[in-house]
Design a protein around this ligand. Structure first.
Ligand code: SAH
Length: 222
């Protein structure tokens, strides 16, 4: 006798593989070209990272609520930010600010990065840990802290990705970026855009990119 089979096991497993392949097709059509990113998003079971009630929408190109007033970004934004961070070089050591449900961490892990991720909300971090385990991705180092300070003991990082919107660029994070490293973050308040920062021998190069909409970077732990 086979034990109870939930939607996360058989049924969804097969279906999600097809839906995921279609999602990746759309990402490619939208201009995402880095094979590591496309392959990672083909592999990570996004439906595992959202509440079961939302699982059927997990592969639509929309952002979804993940509890505690926070949201998981739409697949295109995750792909775009990961590509901007990694393209043209080894993934290396990456710091994420804003673990949320853990989906972005999962995509980074599957893209080959050595992942450290900070989340200020304890219950959300616990959920992320559970989600990553369910997706059989156990190698992310998750930290319950205010991400403003980064992780000075682990720095320097080849890449830093912030998945909440800051009103200014936290200097501690810039300091923890390796020479040649890149940081990608949403900047702004009501109006936000992606900012790419590259630490070059000539100094910090900043490029303003796509308009976006993220939840805010807040202070303190909760
Ligand atoms: N990357 C996430 C997206 C989460 S939304 C995912 O894939 O699901 C942004 C997250 O940033 C929220 O969980 C929010 O609690 C967190 N956050 C906001 N300010 C923070 C801070 N100062 N330090 C760490 N995390 C923060």
């Amino acid at each position: 006798m086979v034990a109870t089979v939930g939607p996360r096991a058989h049924g969804w497993g097969m279906m999600s593989e097809r839906t995921r392949a279609r999602m990746v097709e759309r990402l490619h059509q939208g201009g995402i070209r880095d094979e590591r990113v496309l392959e990672a998003m083909r592999r990570v079971p996004r439906h595992v990272f959202v509440d079961e009630a939302l699982a059927s929408r997990a592969y639509d190109d929309v952002s979804l609520p993940i509890g505690h007033g926070q949201t998981i970004s739409q697949p295109f934004t995750v792909a775009r930010m990961t590509e901007l961070l990694l393209t043209g070089r080894p993934a290396g050591k990456v710091l994420e600010i804003g673990t949320g449900c853990g989906y972005q961490s999962a995509v980074l892990l599957e893209s080959g990065a050595d992942v450290y991720s900070i989340e200020r909300l304890g219950p959300l971090l616990a959920k992320a840990r559970q989600n990553l385990r369910a997706a059989k991705l156990i190698h992310a180092r998750l930290v319950h802290a205010d991400g403003h300070a980064g992780l000075p003991d682990v720095a320097p990082f080849d890449g830093i990705i912030m998945t909440c919107a800051a009103r200014f660029v936290p200097q501690a994070l810039v300091d923890q970026l390796a020479e040649g490293g890149r940081m990608i973050m949403p900047l702004g308040d009501d109006e936000q855009y992606l900012l790419l920062l590259e630490k070059t021998p000539q100094g910090l190069r900043q490029t303003r990119l796509d308009p976006v909409k993220f939840v805010p970077l807040l202070s303190g732990r909760a």
